[in-house]
Ligand binder design. Structure first.
Ligand code: NAD
Length: 306
């Protein structure tokens, strides 16, 4: 049985939806939880501390320990204040779930420039602003778990979610780097790309299955696992929802290679004539980091064209 007894968790955006399910599930396993939520409308506007307070009260009523926090994650000062609040309330920080998010849908043609910052600041900025002070506290104690929130919309795309998808793609990029920088400090950083019926996702999107099958409660167990000592992975983004848990990853096709020193410089016509090879996913590889990808290209050059 996975236990989080004695652990302290911060969950951002935990006043509703997925974050609430994560906070309740972490508390049920024994973690003390700082329930953060700005109490914003879906588009990120407005604020109210009542949703964070009601989830914290739910945890306390069930016999757990929790405090509410109504600070926005969208500024560096806010992120620091949230982490400091958890340290002041509970004396340490072991688990951070970066979950807070807003949603503005707009085709690229109709996108208003103001929307770009308003979405990036909460998802991508918020992930940086909270993770930085949390990472520092965790590195000092040489243990910690940080969980990011990605999205299938970011990984695979959907019409009208350009800024949201870019923010989630940025989070996936940060994850790739923290994978390399964190484990030596005892910190594991992973992510979930959830699928769950919340106010963010309109009823039609998951209409094929009953609402109980796309409950946030079916994502929370993965967050509990990634937050625990039992977590055996680092730097992974898992797609989670409706009973399914799957790994998302970035691969590289074998592609086309023309040896610059032996066969002459690559031309636009070479590219035009070899798009099928460039696109063919058979025999793809998954370099663990960028230096490994470059070594693959360097090796092609060393080996020559014959
Ligand atoms: P939700 O709207 O129910 O919850 C988001 C919460 O974040 C809200 O309670 C909101 O008040 C809070 N919030 C917004 N801005 C904030 C800020 N600046 N500071 C602190 N809190 C803030 O939506 P949800 O579906 O539970 O989404 C949770 C996360 O999961 C989001 O990051 C979202 O992008 C991601 N996600 C959800 C789905 C899904 O299927 N529901 C799919 C992919 C990704």
């Amino acid at each position: 049985m996975i236990s989080l007894e004695g652990r302290v968790a911060v969950v951002s955006g935990a006043g509703a939806g997925l974050g609430r399910a994560y906070a309740l599930a972490l508390a049920e396993r024994g973690a003390k939880v700082l329930v953060n939520d700005l109490g914003a409308a879906l588009d990120g506007s407005g604020s109210s501390s009542s949703s964070a307070e009601s989830v914290a009260a739910e945890i306390v009523a069930a016999g757990g320990e929790a405090v509410a926090d109504g600070t926005s994650v969208a500024t560096a000062e806010g992120g620091e204040a949230i982490v400091q609040h958890a340290l002041d309330a509970f004396g340490r920080l072991d688990i951070l779930v970066n979950n807070a998010g807003n949603m503005r849908l707009s085709s690229f043609a109709k996108l208003e420039v103001a929307t770009i910052d308003e979405v990036l600041d909460v998802h991508l900025g918020g992930t940086f602003y909270l993770s930085k002070p949390a990472w520092t506290a965790m590195a000092a104690q040489k243990s910690g778990r940080i969980i990011f929130t990605g999205s299938g919309l970011g990984a695979f795309g959907i019409y009208g979610a350009g800024v949201y998808a870019a923010a989630k793609g940025g989070i996936a990029g940060l994850l790739n780097v923290l994978e390399l920088e964190s484990e030596r400090h005892g910190i594991k950083v992973n992510g979930v790309a959830p699928m769950a019926q919340t106010r963010m996702v309109n009823d039609d999107l998951y209409s094929e299955v009953p609402a109980t099958s796309v409950s946030p409660d079916l994502v929370a167990p993965v967050v509990v696992y990634l937050a625990s000592d039992e977590c055996a992975v680092n730097g992974e983004m898992w797609s989670v929802g409706a009973g399914s848990v799957a790994r998302l990853f970035t691969g590289r096709t074998k592609g086309y290679f023309k040896h610059p020193a032996e066969d002459g410089p690559l031309t636009a016509e070479d590219v035009s004539g070899h798009t099928a090879e460039i696109m063919d996913t058979a025999g793809f590889s998954e370099p663990p980091n960028w230096p490994a990808e470059w070594q693959m290209v360097a090796k092609l050059n060393e080996e020559g064209s014959s």
